[in-house]
Structure formats: structure tokens, C-alpha cells
Design a protein around this ligand. Sequence first.
Ligand SMILES: [Fe+2]
Ligand SMILES: [Fe+2]
Length: 158
Amino acid sequence: MSEPVPEPIKRHKNLQPISREHHHGLLLSWKIRQGIAKNISYTRIKAYCDWFWENHLQQHFDFEERNIFPLLDKDMPMVKRVLKEHRRLRRLFQSDNKIEQNLSLIEEELVSHIRFEERTVFKEIEKTVSEKELALIEQAHSDIGKHATTTWEDEFWT
Ligand SMILES: [Fe+2]
Ligand SMILES: [Fe+2]
């Protein structure tokens, strides 16, 4: 069985908590791929996807939109692109139609979204944003990180 191999990128320490969430996002795509390869029912995979969205990814998107993207000029093409991808991914996660097709789209598009953020957006932030503002990102992130979340028992990907 294939293992997920996320690109190791050395991030500024204040961005590392967000990068860890990216690692978990890449794992979600890997789990979807595993589920499909193992002929797991689409409703079972979708149930996990819904749980992951509601308990992890939704907050991650909101956090980026509130605390990270505004550090860059809103007219930059890279900022427009990530916001557009968020809108599209939100729609895919929240849809209950065409489950099979949407799971494949989520799997592909989430990986490319995360890679773009890591390789392009976060790189730009490290280059242009002050140390003080970077420290504020981590502070804001640790403030929201205290919510308890449930765990998911049905590990169909193993
Ligand atoms: Fe994002
Ligand atoms: Fe992200």
C-alpha cells in the first residue's frame, strides 16, 4: 500500500503549526485515494470527509482568510487564486450531490491547493511579512487551537 509522501518544506517557525495542518490535509487526500483503491463505499469515505471538514479544515480555511491572506495585497493574483480555491473546495465539501465525483475532485484539488500555499503563498509571506506579524499569526492560531474535537473511529484507509 502506498504511503503519503508530503514534501518536507522548512517553514518559518511561526508558520509551522499551519504547515502541520497542511500535512493533515494531504493525508486526507491520501485517505480518499486509499478508500477508492480499496473499494470502500463512497458514503463511508464521504462521512469521514464531512467530519474532517467540520472539525479541522473549515477552521483552517477561516484562519487563513482572517489571519494570513490579509498580510498580502488583496489584488495579488496568488491571493485571488487561493480565495477562489477556498470557495470551490467549500462548495465541494458541503455538497451532498455527485459524491463519487466530488470526492475525486476534493482529493486532487486539495493537494494542489495546499502545495500552492506552501510553495508560493507561504514563501511570499516569509519574504515580505515582518517577524512581529509572523509571531502574531502563531499567537492567533494557538488561541483558536484549544477547542476539543472528537476522534474518528472508522479508519477505512488502514
Ligand atoms: Fe487554504
Ligand atoms: Fe492552507
